[in-house]
Design a protein around this ligand. Sequence first.
Ligand code: ADP
Ligand code: MG
Length: 405
Amino acid sequence: MSKKTIKDIQIEDKTILVRVDFNVPLKDGQISDDNRIVAAIPTIKYLLDNNAKVVLCSHLGKIKNEEDKEKNNLKVVVPRLSELLGVEVKFSNEVVGESASNLIKGLKRGEVLLLQNTRFEPGESKNDPDLASKLSEGIDVFVNDAFGSSHRKHASTYGVVEVLKGEGKESAIGFLVEKEVKALNRCVEAKIKPFVAVLGGAKVSDKIKVIDGLLEKADKLIIGGAMSYTFLKALGYEIGKSRVEEDQIEYAKNCLDKAKGKIILPIDHIIADDFQNPTKINVSMDQNINEEYLGVDIGPRTINYFKEELNGSKMVFWNGPMGVFEVDNFANGTKEIAKAIGSLENAFSVIGGGDSAAASKKFGFSELFSHISTGGGASLEMIENDGHLPGIDIIEDKQGEHNED
Ligand code: ADP
Ligand code: MG
């Protein structure tokens, strides 16, 4: 069953609370990448064009103390958001409370108010019912357009929807969530074959559940990046000083047994004596890495091998860089594999990871991909949980519809 979208609801004159994902990266107090703000614009514009009163809420960063609050004041988003919308965005210094309530009440149609960082409220991450009910005050409709937060069962993604539902009020997903769900559901359903998953990045333990899920759905699982050393070690290869998770070796062995040849691993590596200040950089002879070195990227023979394995695939899900792509000397594997995935003919290609998305942008390949998810954690959990995320499940289903297209 598909979810109600903003096209299915009455908008005019309604006060609509939109959960957006404005969890943007900050550098020296400035927004260093505005992707997530840009991604939320179509929904907000549509609501404003249709005469709604729009209240936006989002978290930003992790909040443990007062210093974190200073660093993660959501007001930082207002100028860029106003510019993109062409409307002056009002800001409430409080998430909930009297002044926030008054600002909401004072909204006119076509106006937008952004609430302070939801994580300034300790009840947010605990899905506190009291906070949820305060967030629902003065609100007629809830819209989830925060794909990147939809795997969280928090007051602003989940609790508030329950409260509003209890009051007989409507909820819907926005255009961004609709687009994300459509794209990622193709990977969940895995009907387009051959389906190849490419995994990389730093930690096996972060991605255990998705490896299980992908082993069932994908025809092949290509593993590069630091993750691959744990798998190679499980097979008995020498991996030198490379990053490895000893406690995941048993798990890696089980995966390799279960995979029956579906897991494709590097056959050579770029190796260095140090990540930050390497004095020696080399290419390994084979899978093994000499004890003086650590693996920092996939090697040239691996690049060709992975490209051959990708050849002819019709759907690819990519999560995790093939090497330490932030360092120019160790970026080639990620660059070449990103280009190879993006250049597949008539293939549906999805990036589902923050660093992988940043890598594709850095190399100028973003346009080559069918879909780049705004939520790394959420896209992985969606695949793990067979298409389910709490923040999306809680939204009302479309009426009179029994089949998904
Ligand atoms: P994503 O955000 O796309 O899901 P991850 O967060 O899992 O990706 O991993 C990204 C990180 O993995 C990058 O910072 C990259 O430097 C690191 N990485 C990749 N290969 C290696 C390696 N061989 N050794 C150490 N770190 C690596
Ligand atoms: Mg990451």
